[in-house]
Design a protein around this ligand. Structure first.
Ligand code: SF4
Length: 593
């Protein structure tokens, strides 16, 4: 049956790219701008009227003063120059091993495109020379690549230890963190940092001012302490440093009327330093010396936004945006030193202001990757700020942010524990992935499409294999019905629209040959992880969980092809419905008791 022909009562917007590798399903495609790799609009959202245009400049406009144009017009370094950073290699047209690895991990990019994006300053590969000698697997951050997620961790003076932090690192990597920041302010900072760098496969970032003031007051901070601390952390292998050099003395009057002042630790410490010494921000004053340390080890800047808003009422204010302009100036100066740069952003921003914030940064910082914290789009859900912020993070990534710093349910409340790290990572993987699909990054939707086909075919095993958290999905399914059959306990047999669609002959739904299955199957015993998920939910009795965790297919007779009496649901539809009704009725009766 072909689709009926009639005039459409609607117009689709100009279409971007198909985010899937194949044309399948019925969606017309991404509504983002068509991809423009090699320019500032690589993968970008259409502009709401009034948004700032991209900068016409790139890192090529901020070359070291001693580089000159050769006879062929190409940039030439001074005689005897040896490239150190990824940016310097890219400027010389060299494709490094790390650029090749990035392209391998992101097949929509060639190694040459990675090099060109790095040269333009729109992409960074945070890969300290020292860390590359350990276990670092190089990755890239930039709007031409997929959206990345950072997980913060770190011991505080009252909680956690080095072992616990390394364990959290492994946990964050397991749940998809692309980089990890060690924000320790307590315990043995050096040992924790060294252990994290050596154990990690992902780039590690730090906020070095934290270790600079251990054992001294902020007022005692001076140039020597700053440069020595940076050198020491760079030697340990830290891949990127957050340095709050953009908070200037002249910005501070704009903070006075804020509801919540300065919420960045680094920003507030440096503001105090400036007020005590009646001097300009020390980090700003010695920026060129800091750049030289960064270059020697190829540490990437993550230029901190010390004046980020800490509540919706302070978003997009003079303090924040004036500082952003300074971050643009610092970006230009770092590029002149051959140092890779990303720029940090807010924070707490009402949903309607997010696009402007992303596009203003793109303009003022000439496309340097934007690394944002959230932003939270409402302030009244403490305990749920992984959700309030991942809503903002999705919008931020769609409108230009290249990396999202996760927020956990413990934000504003305490130090994240293991499960908080997982919740934060998952929330942010959702945000990043949603943005990548929306932006039309080639292949970004492939796994979604495969899962949709498995779901349409009611192929539960494959459905869970393709899901981001298979144990959770399997445990939730088996909590109600431990048989993989052609419905689940949400709607029941008779109301299962997916089963009904699959049965309609003229529909394609559920007919993908690779997901076909012949008969319902008693599910395997719960794994320890799945069992623990159900125990924490507390819905099933311990006896029921024990039964799900201890059963085997053999015991249920499934391997012998026999039908176990307690699973007669897979004999026919009628029995299937009866089993489910009995089970659900039994559970509600137990709950009522
Ligand atoms: S029963 Fe409902 S939720 Fe479950 S597969 Fe069918 S339509 Fe989906």
């Amino acid at each position: 049956m072909s689709a009926p022909k009639y005039s459409r009562p609607y117009e689709l917007p100009p279409l971007g790219h198909n985010p899937s590798s194949a044309q399948q399903g019925t969606t017309p495609g991404s509504f983002a701008n068509p991809p423009q790799l090699g320019g500032p609009l690589a993968f970008s959202s259409p502009d709401t009227p009034g948004m700032p245009a991209p900068s016409e400049k790139t890192a090529w406009d901020f070359m070291p003063p001693d580089w000159t144009h050769g006879a062929d017009g190409a940039w030439q370094p001074p005689r005897g120059f040896v490239p150190v950073t990824q940016l310097e290699h890219a400027r010389l047209g060299i494709v490094t091993r790390e650029m090749r690895r990035v392209a391998e991990r992101e097949p929509h990019l060639t190694p040459e495109q990675v090099r060109d994006e790095v040269a333009a300053g729109r992409m960074v590969i945070p890969a300290n020379k020292q860390h590359l000698l350990f276990r670092l697997d190089p990755m890239a951050i930039g709007r031409a690549s997929k959206t990345k997620v950072n997980a913060n961790m770190g011991a505080s003076p009252i909680a956690s230890s080095t072992d616990e932090e390394v364990e959290k690192l492994r946990w964050a990597e397991r749940w998809g963190a692309d980089t990890v920041m060690d924000l320790s302010t307590g315990g043995d900072l050096d040992a924790t940092r060294a252990a994290i760098v050596q154990a990690s496969t992902v780039p590690i970032g730090t906020v070095p001012i934290y270790s600079m003031i251990i054992g001294r007051k902020i007022e005692e901070l001076d140039e020597r302490v700053v440069l020595e601390s940076l050198e020491q952390q760079a030697r340990q292998g830290v891949d990127y440093f957050t340095i709050h050099a953009g908070v200037l003395r002249e910005h501070l009057p704009f903070v006075r009327e804020r509801l919540i002042g300065i919420v960045s630790r680094g920003g507030s410490l440096l503001a105090k330093w400036m007020l005590v010494h009646r001097r300009q921000n020390l980090m700003y004053e010695i920026w060129d010396e800091i750049c030289q340390v960064m270059r020697r080890h190829d540490v990437t800047f993550s230029i901190g936004d010390g004046l980020r808003p800490g509540g919706l009422a302070d978003a997009s204010d003079e303090a924040q945006l004036r500082e952003l302009a300074t971050l643009g100036e610092l970006t230009e100066r770092a590029w002149r030193h051959g140092v890779q740069v990303m720029v940090e952003g807010p924070g707490h921003v009402p949903f309607d202001q997010i696009e402007y914030n992303m596009k203003l940064q793109r303009r003022l910082c000439h496309g340097a990757p934007f690394y944002v914290l959230g932003p939270l789009v409402t302030d009244v859900f403490p305990g749920y700020d992984h959700i309030t912020s991942c809503i903002g993070a999705t919008a931020a990534a769609y409108h230009g942010a290249a990396m999202l710093c996760y927020v956990t349910p413990k934000e504003h409340l305490g130090l994240p524990k293991r499960d908080d790290v997982k919740q934060g990572c998952v929330a942010y993987k959702i945000a990043a992935h949603a943005a990548d699909v929306a932006l039309g990054i080639p292949g970004a939707r492939d796994r979604d499409d495969e899962l949709t086909k498995a779901r349409a075919a009611l192929n539960w095993e494959r459905h869970f294999e393709l899901s981001f958290d298979p144990d959770l999905a399997r445990a939730y399914h088996d909590e109600d019905l431990d048989v993989d059959t052609d419905f689940c306990a949400m709607c029941g047999h008779d109301w299962c629209s997916v089963r009904i669609s699959k049965e309609i002959q003229e529909f394609s739904s559920g007919k993908s040959a690779e997901y076909a299955w012949d008969k319902p199957k008693v599910t395997a015993a719960l794994t320890p992880d799945q069992r623990s998920i159900l125990e924490q939910r507390g819905v099933l009795s311990p006896a029921e969980i024990h039964r799900l965790a201890s059963k085997t297919k053999a015991r249920m007779g499934a391997e012998a092809g026999e039908k176990a009496a307690c699973h007669s649901d897979f004999v026919d539809d009628e029995k299937a419905r009866r089993l489910q009704e009995e089970r659900l009725a039994g559970e509600s009766a137990a709950a009522d008791r």
